[in-house]
Ligand binder design. Structure first.
Ligand code: CA
Length: 219
């Protein structure tokens, strides 16, 4: 999942950026409210973590304007412990969930995954595709019933192909989901991940659509 993080507290922001990155999330971190507001228009985010008290522009105003403009990205707001008014105002402004500070990284990750699932209408607990099955909650992928070990990027790519299984994805749109602005992306990065998926699942798993992109194949 590519996450937009808007948080001006250096300690919290750094902890989320690094911690979520280690858990396989792709994170873009902004400290300034105005920059964070603009960022949502620049990349395809699966969810947003939004602090409320921010320099430049406060979180509630950001959220209200996104929703008024039709942005539907799931938003998790960070609220002060025990502040019921903040929580209510956030949910009223279009937040999907809230988390009081301080919080545990594992909880943030779990909430983000739940938001992503709801957003993608992933209500099926396990998705079965021929010889492959994929569990969106546990992230376990099996082939012929045996778990397959995947790197975080391979898992992201496979999830992307599964969620969009009737569409062709361009190389650029895949890169935008797999990498943050800070990542240095090799020009053949997507091809390399596709190659690894084919090695692990069989050649047919990813179909190359000439000059357009990739789509999920069959095995
Ligand atoms: Ca703050």
């Amino acid at each position: 999942m590519r996450i937009l993080l808007i948080e001006d507290d250096q300690l919290i922001g750094d902890g989320l950026n690094v911690g979520l990155g280690k858990l396989g999330f792709v994170v873009d971190w902004f400290c300034d409210g105005e920059e964070g507001y603009e960022a949502v228009f620049q990349a395809p985010y699966d969810a947003v973590i939004l602090d409320l008290g921010l320099p430049g522009r406060d979180g509630l105003s950001i959220l209200k304007d996104w929703r008024a403009g039709g942005r539907r990205e799931p938003v998790l707001i960070l609220t002060a412990q025990g502040d019921v008014d903040q929580r209510v105002a956030g949910l009223d402004s279009g937040a999907d969930d809230y988390l009081p500070k301080p919080f545990a990284l594992a909880e943030v990750a779990a909430r983000l995954k739940a938001l992503g699932r709801r957003h993608n209408n992933h209500l099926e607990p396990v998705i079965n595709l021929g010889r492959i099955s994929y569990n969106p909650a546990s992230k376990v992928v099996t082939k012929d019933g045996e778990p397959v070990s995947l790197s975080p990027k391979e898992l992201l790519l496979l999830e992307l192909l599964i969620v969009n299984r009737n569409k062709v994805l361009s190389k650029e749109s895949i890169e935008n989901k797999l990498y943050s602005w800070e990542d240095e992306v090799q020009s053949n990065a997507v091809e390399v991940h596709v190659h690894h998926l084919r090695k692990k699942f069989g050649k047919g798993i990813v179909k190359t659509i000439n000059k357009i992109g990739y789509t999920l194949g069959e095995i």
